[in-house]
Design a protein around this ligand. Structure first.
Ligand code: GCU
Length: 599
């Protein structure tokens, strides 16, 4: 009997191992860096779709695109006769019936390909929210989970000469053990929300590289280059023509090379966002990039940019084009959001609460805006679920891989408003912090927390997670969710982390632009006057905060959030913007702009 049971257990174990193996085999790869400078063929444009509210498409095996074989046959799905959607773009704002849709949409795109000797082919996605199952010519090539980071699949041996059919099942349903979890205060824009393309490479290509100043240095670059392919012992050259720099090294048999060189850089800063043309060359590949060099560090309770103390004049931004009310993705979208941040007087943008598009990061870098890059580990996360730490690590790797060569990116933010009472929260986030430091030790790491106490006009900041953060980032909504308990200028602070810079990562309150007739001393009137007073009081309180190194209003523009259901003032909008979704500046905007002018 025991023998029989052991056999069954053993068989089960094998089965589970095989399933995991198969899933890993089908798992998307971390995308190669800097795809824009590769041999990229865009697949953006109109894609045919099948909207699948019941989710029956799996059972019908839509990716097979079955056709009737005999007179009695019929097929109860087709892309023909159906709508088309733009890619990139969220699906919610493209068809009224999809406005609030959270479910499955099947996307189809056909492309023609000419196979070439000694070439490899990759299918790249900038982002798909939330789950993507990808099929090529009826065969599943893999899956990806997470709505805000890039991924790829190698299809060298799967692509056909001539016509190919790509089908992507996109599902944006919320997941208990997802990142984010089930509840979040922004609209769950679903779809293929960023660029899609085919990348053709040589058999051995430059997959990844890290070229940034060594921690604490203003002229020593410490980095590496990673080749992908068979013959990977190759000569590597890093060229920065403007600096007459021509650095040479060699990769080891794993295709890896450390790089270390010095030069007299004009450092990147908000005042002077200096970018250098950098060429990374191997014997079989070459990639061009535009890279800035700067050092960012914390010393005691201050933040130093290029060895000078800096005050972070920041603002929170959601990845939404306010005028279209749609998920932002283009350079133009980025321009709208970032120009408004510049006009407010900012030197940093907190891209809440997930990695925004590469366009956003690169435009911020050009405009001299430091970037706060954040993972959607937001509020109620199921840290005790065994899959969650793996998902967190994968998303971290995808974010850091994509953005680590961007000088503008100053802070990796690994969580927002998680709770110490949530099982396994501390362990999971501490281990994630260590993994982040191992991937990149040159930037600051932060966890944003709102578990502070506020009693008798005194803040008590104790959360032990701050031990693992380079800064003490606090979300507080005194004056809105929590009334003042005394004069703002008399506020007291008990912070258990006296030698760390303090950053107010969120504060503010709501107002409907133009709504100024009702008494402005009542919150429920959503007047600009009430919001303005919150800002006046917060600015007074800022003077009481020890080691204050920056502030960041919630939020630049009013934005869509379906949990905001006051139908007189909110109508599905979080109205904490300093600017309305029509670009109108509220009274509070002027308080903040004046404060930043004074800094
Ligand atoms: C939180 C949270 C934001 C949210 C904001 C609000 O602090 O981090 O995502 O939108 O508060 O309540 O408006």
């Amino acid at each position: 009997m025991n023998k029989k049971r052991n056999k069954i257990v053993f068989k089960k174990k094998i089965l589970v191992a095989l399933i995991i193996l198969f899933c890993n085999y089908l798992q998307a790869q971390t995308a190669m860096v800097n795809v824009q400078s590769r041999n990229l063929t865009s697949l953006n444009g109109k894609w045919k779709v099948i909207i699948d509210p019941t989710g029956i498409g799996d059972w019908r095996q839509v990716w097979q695109e079955k056709k009737p074989q005999k007179k009695t046959d019929f097929v109860e799905y087709s892309f023909e006769g159906g709508p088309e959607l733009d890619v990139p773009g969220d699906f919610n704002t493209q068809m009224p019936e999809l406005t609030y849709f959270e479910g499955t949409v099947w996307y189809k795109k056909q492309f023609s390909h000419t196979k070439r000797e000694d070439k490899r082919l990759f299918l790249y996605f900038g982002a798909v929210n939330y789950l993507a199952d990808v099929y090529l010519n009826g065969e599943k090539i893999g899956s990806h989970e997470g709505g805000f980071t890039p991924f790829q699949f190698e299809i060298t041996n799967k692509v056909k000469e001539g016509n190919n059919t790509l089908i992507v099942k996109v599902n944006n349903q919320r997941k208990e053990n997802g990142l984010p979890g089930v509840g979040y205060d922004w609209l769950n824009f679903g779809g293929i929300t960023r660029d899609v393309g085919l990348i053709e490479t040589n058999n051995v290509f430059i997959e990844d590289y890290f070229i940034q100043l060594k921690k604490g240095s203003l002229n020593n670059v410490l980095g590496w280059v990673q080749l992908n392919g068979a013959k990977t012992n190759q000569k590597i050259t890093i060229k920065i023509p403007e600096l007459n720099l021509n650095y040479k090294t060699k990769t080891d048999d794993k295709g890896f090379a450390n790089i270390e060189f010095s030069s007299k850089f004009t450092l990147w800063s908000p005042e002077n966002p200096k970018i250098y043309k950098v060429a990374i060359e191997s014997e079989t590949d070459a990639v061009d990039d535009n890279i800035g060099f700067r050092s960012i560090e914390v010393k005691g309770s201050e933040i130093f940019l290029n060895k000078k103390p800096i005050f972070l004049k920041a603002v929170n931004i959601h990845e939404e084009n306010p005028f279209k009310g749609s998920r932002a993705f283009s350079k133009e979208d980025a321009g709208i959001l970032l120009n408004a941040a510049k006009e407010l007087g900012c030197n940093l943008v907190r891209l809440a609460h997930y990695p925004h598009s590469e366009n956003m990061i690169k435009e911020a870098e050009k405009m001299g805006l430091m970037v706060w890059d954040e993972l959607p580990i937001y509020q109620h996360i199921k840290f005790s679920d065994s899959l969650v730490p793996k998902k967190m690590e994968m998303m971290l790797k995808e974010m850091v891989t994509r953005d680590k060569n961007r000088a503008a990116v100053a802070i990796w933010s690994l969580s927002n408003e998680t709770y110490s009472s949530t099982p396994n929260r501390n362990d999971a986030l501490i281990s994630l912090t260590q993994k982040c430091k191992a991937m990149d030790s040159t930037r600051l790491i932060s966890h944003v927390i709102n578990t502070q106490g506020y009693g008798d006009n005194t803040f008590t900041v104790r959360d032990s997670l701050y031990k693992y953060s380079d800064i003490v980032a606090i979300n507080e909504y005194i004056g809105w969710y929590i009334p003042w308990q005394g004069k703002p200028s008399d506020t007291k602070w008990e912070i258990d982390f006296p030698n760390k810079p303090v950053f107010i990562s969120e504060f503010g309150g709501e107002a409907l632009y133009g709504n100024n007739d009702l008494p402005s001393d009542e919150a429920s009137n959503w007047t600009e006057g009430y919001q303005e007073q919150i800002y006046k009081d917060q600015v007074k309180m800022f003077k009481t905060i020890p080691n204050l190194a920056g502030v960041c209003p919630w939020i630049l523009f009013d934005y869509k959030s379906l949990s905001r259901m006051n139908q007189i003032y909110q109508n599905g909008y979080n109205r904490k913007g300093l600017i309305s979704e029509n670009g109108e500046k509220k009274k509070a905007w002027y308080i903040m702009s004046r404060y930043y002018k004074g800094k």
